[in-house]
Design a protein around this ligand. Sequence first.
Ligand code: ATP
Length: 348
Amino acid sequence: MPTITLESVSKQYSQQATAVQNIDLHIPSGDFMCLLGPSGCGKTTMLRMIAGLEHLSHGQLHIGDQLVDSPERGSFVAPEKRGLGLVFQSYALWPHMTVEQNIEFGLRLRKVTERERRTRTGDVMEKLGIAGYAKRYPSQLSGGQQQRVALARMMVLNPKVLLLDEPLSNLDASLRLEMRAELKRLHQAFDTTILFVTHDQWEAMTLATNIAVMSKGQLQQVGSPDDIYARPANRFVAEFIGNPPINQVAADSALGRRLAQKAETHMLGIRPEDIHLAQPGAVHTLPAKVCGIMPTGGSWVLEMEIEGQCLQLSTQVRPEVKAGEHTYCQIQPRHLHLFNAQGNRLEH
Ligand code: ATP
């Protein structure tokens, strides 16, 4: 199982358009890494460079021990020689072939015997719940079914590295959940290295062993989902990850002055679940007013006014307060995220 290593990698489509800038990223063998970031941040470009569908403008790319792209050294290994499986958001199935034929096509090219082709194609169709459509043509399938055929076509080849660009985007919510679970199982069962592009933080948090967060062509943070959530490296990561989003309090506001612990603090972040309804007199409490309560199915989001500022609180416990009531909120100092004027995390 190969590792993937990018060193000082940049991609410029033109003089004005730098899509990816000076990226160092190591994807360990067997990792399920999600590239996460908003639209246009360079995720697809990263994937296409690793696949060999785009040339690097600068830097080096290794897959395993092999240097597969380095413009400075003049080396470039063709996509089909990189041993990768690829599924893109827009997948092209062969329209004149049935589902079964589409899936086994790659095995035919590899001269796999008919018997083995049958077994492998059957297995993967079974796993992905598309065995019932084996004899249909792509035009007779829904978008979600087509996407599963595209996944099956790649998985049947047992690639050592899978590159997936938003492969679940056309699926409805329940199928998406199922496919996520399936991908997770496949990752464990096949021991593959997976690089998965998504702009959906929930998808990244549930699937990844490691997440690489990108913004404007630059890497913001690489770490486990827990790490990224609990210790965001900067304000971008803190704001991008979390739903409801992290509360932001300017250090020079009334509330900020009550909470700030370090002189260099410019902004404080407080996750909604780290604000608790409390009894007066408990430690670290502040008077608060309940402005609104929104049930979200098994949990509740409360709009609270604290020191003249509106903050969101989330809880899994049915709140025993009503809109308009005065109460108290507890905010533990250890749960605060502190950021300096440059937006970088301050440890405390
Ligand atoms: P999305 O989630 O919307 O697919 P992304 O994060 O995958 O976005 P990329 O597709 O990698 O982003 O694009 C990164 C930047 O590079 C964007 O500003 C885009 O407009 C630009 N870009 C992408 N492909 C090209 C191209 N072939 N020529 C010029 N600019 C491009």
